[in-house]
Design a protein around this ligand. Structure first.
Ligand code: FCB
Length: 480
């Protein structure tokens, strides 16, 4: 397979793309990590194979009305059987790193019982394939596919789930710790807690402030116990991946400032404060109390949660935009005690999911993180854009909107690094078009197009551009 990068920058809507590409390539540090990200449930398929147990997303997708057209990850993009082809594509593109997640229900099908060697063997093969192709594996232990039997015992609202997570982390580290160097415990626990347990838009589809707040603490505890399990197996490069969504308001009033405070508290400080400062933010605890919800902190938990980690992975797509006043939109709010805030929907410069494209907000977020949590190395673990890409008659897949999005956000990364932010790498979301959770298969995030009928993969224009950028960066640093 040969990928030509010659015509990668046509029709981007960015007349200055070449200049921008050169600026990014020349402006990033020589050891900057170039990657792409995926997650198990979104790409693997093969949900009934080799002893995999059911997970909460299998159950949720089968529940009427929960996902677009009832779509599930049953088949997804067949990565379980096509991983060799996918790794070959990554190698062709010149990726240095690949962020993937391990499916807990493949490794421990009942959540707490014996290990399933056939499930672990898949990741063993994948890791060897990556290493053999010169690609550094970045492993995420939990990207939302909780074994259903654990949900039946209360899921993340139950403290015991954190202990089961640590056992699972130990099994994976025992099998792969000799070859995988970079480990993330959890992906976006905010989504697990708030979308899974408050809005109910994600599995397990619970709608309860009480369950959401309990889940917050148990997810952080799971992270802590997972870190302990990994360290005990000699793993040395460990972090957590958080969606740190910045919040803005066009309104300047005390009520708007309070709305911003509330959203900022639950999106950012609720996670980074306990992890990096050893305590929960008091204003967020007070917001939870207003909703009758309490973090179930046991003695010693906070010290364990604040045990040193090696980096934080940041997922960023778009800011929240809010004003004060009760939201007339009846769709549930993903924040606790949010009765005096309204989400503003932007129509200007948005992706196909109507997510505003705001690279300035992104740069401001990164500067703020570096200022408020000094001494932390950061990686961009997810950044990307949804469009409804279609192949052109000549077989190419032009995606100028995504190329522009990624280029502008990478330029922001370059800019903040030059200002001293310790940002060490970038993983585009996503390597492949895939199952976008409750949105099903309509929204495409891949830099590689997947025909969902034939499963044929075709690198889009953005992938070719990304590949060219990586090569230019290496050439600029003498590492090509
Ligand atoms: C993030 C998820 C990832 C993907 C992107 C679009 O919230 O971590 O799985 O769905 O959004």
């Amino acid at each position: 397979m040969t990928i030509s990068t010659a015509s990668a920058t046509g029709a981007t809507g960015l007349p200055e793309t070449d200049e921008l590409t050169a600026r990014i390539a020349g402006g990033l540090p020589g050891d900057f990590v170039w990657g792409a990200a995926t997650s198990s449930y979104q790409i693997e398929g093969a949900t009934g194979e080799d002893g995999r147990g059911p997970c909460i997303w299998d159950t949720f997708a089968r529940t009427r009305g929960k996902t677009r057209d009832g779509e599930s990850g049953d088949l997804a993009v067949g990565h379980y059987h096509r991983y060799r082809e996918d790794v070959a594509l990554m190698a062709e593109l010149g990726l240095g790193a690949y962020r993937f997640s391990v499916a807990w229900p493949r490794v421990v099908p009942t959540g707490s019982g014996p290990v399933n060697p056939a499930g672990l063997a898949f990741y063993d093969r994948l890791v060897d394939e990556l290493l053999g192709s010169g690609i550094d594996p970045w492993l995420t232990l939990y990207h939302w596919d909780l074994p259903q039997p654990l949900q039946d015992l209360g899921g993340w609202a139950n403290r015991e789930t954190a202990y089961r997570f640590a056992e699972y982390a130990d099994h994976v580290a025992t099998a792969l710790g000799d070859r995988v160097k970079h480990w993330s415990t959890l992906n976006e626990p905010w989504c697990s807690a708030f979308e899974g347990h408050l809005t109910g838009r994600h599995a397990p589809g619970v709608q309860s402030a009480h369950a959401a707040v309990r889940s917050v603490h148990h997810l952080l505890l799971a992270h802590a116990l997972g870190v302990e399990a990994l360290r005990a197996r000699g793993v040395s490069d460990i972090g957590i991946t958080l969606n740190l969504i910045p919040v803005e308001s066009p309104e300047d009033s005390p009520a708007a400032r309070d709305a911003v405070r509330l959203v900022d508290g639950q999106s950012i400080r609720l996670w980074l404060d306990p992890l990096l400062r050893g305590s929960y933010p008091p204003d967020v605890v007070a917001d939870f109390a207003k909703a009758g919800a309490e973090l179930p902190i046991a003695d010693g938990d906070l010290a364990r949660i604040a045990a040193p980690i090696d980096w934080v992975g940041v997922n960023y797509y778009s800011p929240h935009i809010v004003v004060s006043g009760p939201d007339p939109d009846p769709t549930p709010m993903p924040f606790v005690a949010a009765d005096n805030l309204t989400r503003v929907k932007s129509t200007e410069d948005v992706t196909a999911l109507d997510w505003p494209i705001r690279p300035r907000s992104f740069a401001a977020l990164l500067r703020r993180l570096a200022a408020d949590y000094p001494g932390t190395p950061w990686y961009m673990h997810e950044n990307g854009a949804a469009y409804l890409d279609e192949p052109a008659p000549d077989g190419s897949v032009p995606d100028p909107g995504r190329l522009r999005y990624v280029a502008l956000h990478l330029d922001a990364v370059r800019e903040v690094i030059q200002d001293g932010v310790d940002m060490r790498g970038y993983f585009v979301w996503s390597l492949l078009d895939n199952y976008e959770w409750a949105e099903g298969y309509k929204m495409r995030f891949g830099v590689i197009h997947v025909d969902f009928d034939t499963l044929v993969r075709t690198p889009k224009t953005s992938a070719l551009w990304y590949s060219r950028l990586i090569r230019e960066h290496r050439a600029a640093n003498g590492t090509l």
